[in-house]
Design a protein around this ligand. Structure first.
Ligand code: PLP
Length: 398
């Protein structure tokens, strides 16, 4: 494959021209196929990161690549001032499969959550007046990097230097029903949670806690916002993680896997919330544009095909079973759902283990302070999972 810059030139130009907001791995990725990627020297890796849970169908999926190429030539972007077909096709797949009523398309997870917060506040203002604006989120949650979603993120270290925030967020300890009940008062508009806290360490919420949220929301007419930006789109073996938990949120947000690598996000509303936002209340120039919506359409057609999600669930179990066979005192826990898996290790060793695993050709992610996070493409093969798990076993058992 051809790249026009060597790695040293690329790094120098990046340092000169790009804001240094990321700590990058020292790897220059160049091309990919399925769950494999290659660096600029031709070194091959098994990718258990999938662009942080984005590439549901892996790199260069034949149906997705062909549909995008065709869409680029046919119609790229025309704004939401006109009707276009891909957005309606994507919505027609997403809405019935989710059991929700309608969808709004945005571009990213943070934007999806911003829309959900707006929808919840308008619902509360319409029904209870302007003082009911509080959004409860969880300690250690992650909801995005815009000012409102940063505030929704229940981790202080993300907040520093960005004050003042908007008013109206409070944080409940995850899985603490008493704390939840104490903080949900007459000014609470919504409770927003990730059912599996991704960025803070792949931590599934207790089913009893999730049920308690749903019950409390019904009792007090508080909206239940489910942030499925990371857990959605088949990641956990169901289209959305709430389907594993057997609950019915009022608003569901999504992004990451929805476009299979093309930026698109959005939120779904149910019968209670579908009438809240009307003409002029919300919008986005790029939201649901033909290119990204075509990507979502193909992703949805693929993951909703017979047997696909069952296979994700099966592969998730296979991966966890293989990881649980590792005999090392440093593997403190293996947890997750479907193809969203965390390996907890001592915090002081996480960076070294990750480097060693990546040096041996398997790309992995960090979550929280002590967890190696695996989010492989949903189409990863059993053989790739087995090979990656055996490399991690060698590293941990060395
Ligand atoms: N919500 C959750 C649960 C996430 O994991 C993320 C990103 O990691 C976001 C929101 C923000 O998404 P984005 O980076 O697309 O804005």
């Amino acid at each position: 494959m051809e790249v026009s810059m060597d790695f040293e030139t690329l790094k120098a130009a990046e340092a000169q021209y790009v804001l240094p907001t990321y700590g990058r791995n020292d790897i220059f990725l160049d091309h990919g196929q399925g769950a494999r990627v290659w660096d600029s020297n031709g070194r091959e890796y098994i990718d258990l990161t999938s662009g942080i849970g984005v590439l549901s169908l892996g790199q260069n999926h034949p149906a997705l690549s062909a549909a995008l190429q065709k869409q680029v030539e046919q119609l790229l972007s025309v704004s939401n001032l006109f009707y276009t077909e891909p957005m309606v096709q994507a919505a027609s797949l997403l809405v019935p499969a989710s059991g929700m009523k309608k969808v709004f398309f945005a571009n990213s997870g943070a934007e999806a959550n911003e829309g959900a917060i707006k929808c919840a506040r308008k619902y509360a203002a319409d029904h209870y007046g302007p003082n009911r604006y509080k959004i409860l989120t969880l300690v250690n949650s992650f909801h995005g990097r815009t000012i409102a979603t940063l505030e929704a993120t229940g981790q202080d270290h993300f907040h520093q230097n960005f004050f003042p925030f908007t008013n109206g967020f409070d944080y409940v300890e995850a899985n603490n029903i008493e704390d939840l009940k104490a903080k949900a008062d007459e000014n609470t508009a919504a409770i927003m949670v990730e059912l599996i806290q991704g960025e803070s360490g792949v931590r599934p919420l207790d089913p009893e806690f999730v049920k308690a949220i749903e019950e409390l929301c019904h009792e007090k007419d508080i909206l239940f916002i489910d942030d499925e930006v990371q857990t959605g789109m088949g990641r956990t073996g169901r289209l959305f993680a709430y389907q594993n938990y057997g609950v019915h949120p009022d608003i569901v947000t999504m992004a990451k896997g929805l476009g299979g690598g093309v930026p698109i996000g959005g939120f779904l509303v149910n019968e209670k919330t579908e009438g809240v936002l009307g003409k002029g209340d919300h919008g986005s120039t790029f939201g649901g544009n033909p290119l990204s919506a075509k990507a979502a359409q193909v992703v949805l057609e693929t993951i909703l095909a017979d047997g696909f999600l069952e296979d994700v669930e099966r592969k998730g179990t296979l991966l966890q079973d293989l990881l649980k066979e590792i005999k090392s005192p440093d593997v403190l826990d293996v947890r997750g759902l479907g193809l969203m898996v965390g390996i907890q290790v001592p915090a002081e060793k996480v960076a070294d283990y990750m480097k060693e695993i990546m040096d041996r050709g398997v790309l992995v992610l960090k979550a929280g302070t002590d967890t190696i996070r695996l989010l492989p493409p949903l189409v990863i093969t059993d053989d790739d999972l087995k090979e990656a798990a055996s490399i991690m076993k060698e590293v941990f058992e060395a």
